[in-house]
Design a protein around this ligand. Structure first.
Ligand code: NAD
Ligand code: UFG
Length: 334
């Protein structure tokens, strides 16, 4: 059985479906600080199996020890954490407490229970503004926010742990820009308030709940002047986790891999693809560059391709179509 921390959140819920599809049993722990327990019912439908849910905080080592005692858990996928870059600059201590301390408490409880297989959610944000493209895993750390630093600190802690106790099996997965939703339209990303990220914002403009997309920067040295990112479908990312877990179980070790497609898309390309997917016009307004943004980056995913035998298969059009289906479903049920 796999423990999925943060499993009612955006990425964790999709990983739960991928795990169940691969025939794995799972139990979710989440404190619901950025998600709702209502996702569990939908997960049960999608997984066609029982999905156990425990409401709690990963910083609660006593609770984690209890979970490990009461379930036959062989590995942990650790998604729980705070993830808003801007917010992290305003409340850095909360970010270090939740992300870094949360991971330490999880490791303490895992160690006590002799569970030594961990898949960890890291981020391309550890690279900052890369000197060369595409980004390979040996590019240096250069985080530009407390959020990014929290991921670097955790990655370093995991490397030190593995150095000291090589029987741990650890994957540090560096995600590029996860977008989209499960193709059923039953689960997806549901940001509270005004979306920070491009894809959910574009979806709300298509729906008519926002007027226009503010394009943050139209004078970048990119093909159309707007920012370029490596968008990866959330189900490809989820399947990458299952591949990483399989690899750890077979080969052990400390694994550090990028999860991306290797292809960059500009803001305007995303808007155009979403117009096609939704068949609706999406007005855009040129806006100043957003502080802290970089012009462009995309992954070199070849290590994940060769080592994990995994490759992102869903294209930008499918990312937009699945986001749109989810957005329409949410609008219907709200
Ligand atoms: P999310 O906010 O949707 O999910 C995180 C979940 O963790 C939420 O359900 C939240 O309630 C829970 N949580 C937070 N702190 C907790 C705690 N202390 N104890 C228990 N539960 C807690 O975010 P997401 O997009 O699914 O991201 C999952 C992970 O992936 C995070 O670690 C994030 O930093 C990382 N990541 C996300 C992205 C992205 O663009 N979404 C990119 C790179 C890395
Ligand atoms: N953008 C707009 N308008 C918007 C929102 C975004 O033009 O309303 C632009 C941004 O300037 C950028 C691109 O769209 O050029 C993508 O922006 P996102 O906010 O969607 O994504 P980021 O690349 O800024 O950051 C995301 C996550 C981070 C994570 C990083 C790498 O928010 O947490 O990907 O994984 F670290």
């Amino acid at each position: 059985m796999i423990l999925v921390t943060g499993g009612t959140g955006y990425l964790g819920s999709h990983a739960a479906v991928a795990l169940a599809t691969a025939g794995r049993e799972l139990v979710i722990v989440d404190n619901l600080c950025n998600s709702s327990a209502s996702v569990i019912g939908r997960l049960k439908r999608l997984c066609a199996c029982d999905v156990q849910f425990i409401q709690g905080d990963v910083r609660d080592t006593a609770l984690l020890s209890e979970i490990f005692l009461g379930h036959d858990i062989s590995a942990v996928m650790h998604f729980a954490g705070l993830k808003a870059v801007g917010e992290s600059t305003e409340m850095p201590v909360d970010y270090f407490d939740n992300n870094v301390n949360g991971t330490i408490q999880l490791l303490v409880a895992m160690r006590r229970a002799k569970i030594k297989t961990l898949v960890f959610s890291s981020s391309a944000t550890v690279y900052g503004d890369p000197a060369t493209l595409p980004i390979t895993e040996d590019c240096p750390f250069a985080p530009t926010s407390p959020y990014g630093r929290s991921k670097v600190f955790i990655e370093e802690i995991l490397a030190d742990l593995h150095r000291a106790e090589p029987d741990w099996r650890i994957a540090r997965l560096r995600y590029f820009n996860p977008v989209g939703a499960h193709e059923s339209g039953l689960i997806g990303e549901d940001p509270a308030g005004i979306p920070n990220n491009l894809m959910p914002y574009v979806a709300q403009v298509a729906l008519g709940s926002r007027n226009a997309v503010n394009v943050f920067g139209t004078d970048y040295p990119t093909r159309d002047g707007t920012g370029v990112r490596d968008y990866i479908h959330v189900m490809d990312l989820a399947e990458g986790h299952v591949a990483a877990l399989d690899h750890l179980e077979q080969a052990g070790g400390l694994l550090t891999v990028n999860l991306g497609t290797g292809q960059g898309h500009s803001v305007l390309e995303v808007v155009k693809a979403f117009e096609r997917a939704s068949n609706r016009p999406i007005p855009c307004l040129a806006a100043p560059r957003r502080k802290g943004d970089v012009a462009q980056y995309w992954a070199d995913p070849s290590l994940a391709n060769t080592l994990l035998h995994w490759q992102a298969g869903r294209n930008l059009q499918q990312m937009c179509a699945d986001t749109w289906r989810w957005q329409l479903n949410m609008a219907d049920t709200s």
